[in-house]
Design a protein around this ligand. Sequence first.
Ligand code: NAP
Length: 294
Amino acid sequence: MTNLIDGRAIAEKVYVDLRNEIAQLKSKGVTPGIAVVLVGDDPASRAYVRSKDKMSRELGLHSVKLELPTTTSQEELVARVDELNRDPQVHGILVQSPPPKQIDEAAIVRALDPRKDVDGFHPLNVAKLAMGDETAFVPCTPLGVQRLLIESKIDVAGAHVVVLGRSMIVGKPVALLLMQKAKGGDATVTVAHSRTKNLEEVTRSADILIAAIGRAHFVKENHVRDGAVVIDVGINRVEDKSDKRGYRLVGDVAFDEVAPKCKAITPVPGGVGPMTIAMLMSNTVKAAKMFSAA
Ligand code: NAP
């Protein structure tokens, strides 16, 4: 029997806790604030920014949505980031990726005040994560993956976790997080990627397999051992004429053939996705708390 990990239900649980924490902060005169910056008009980015702004408002956060034209220069964007760095009502700043090609994204990330870097991409936060410093802002999707595992009572301590993918957004930080000597950590982690030899053998040795490669239905039944836990981070569009959008979203895992073998598995959509925004909200509340304690 497959045990489906319901990301939407777990995200709702996170929001219940967050509402309490936000109420406590507000009672001390602090309203957590988040600014989301969108440069250009990429439809997927626009949709992400809209849902982040909507959730911030639903939680009663101070929410700033900054929409800048595609032609925005590096200097203009740095200047806007700097204004937000200095705005005392804003505790978290996120610049939606990917920006237009004239923008040096890494330089924008470095321009962020690391205390407001709720995406966890600033070099200082990456270093803090590697060092196990609790004041780190950890990227939202890896944090969401860890929270899904904790809430589903899947013990990662001592488990062999195989992470498929080594990006700075998902693969590397999720590996660092799950190997930490801390609650929700202590895993034995293997990171696999496009140059890994005998990939099926590697993934089949996983107690917990985390797929984050961006290839629709790549992980097949023969990649997974019986009784494994599978976390599917992938979000891929595949053509679907029966859907009014002309496409549907699928994960990196061939769910129908893999799910029957699993102890637990996340669906796409409705698995990791809802947790990413929940963790962004959680990081913003953490930032507000750290500022108010400072
Ligand atoms: P990315 O930057 O493109 O990285 C993909 C990684 O997968 C790379 O390390 C690449 O290896 C590896 N890879 C690609 N093809 C492979 C193959 N055939 N075999 C083994 N490894 C392979 O992607 P990303 O930003 O990490 O995102 C991964 C997926 O997660 C995407 O579908 C994305 O949409 C999704 N995502 C979802 C959320 C969410 O909220 N649920 C958030 C972020 C991302 P090399 O390094 O060797 O090239």
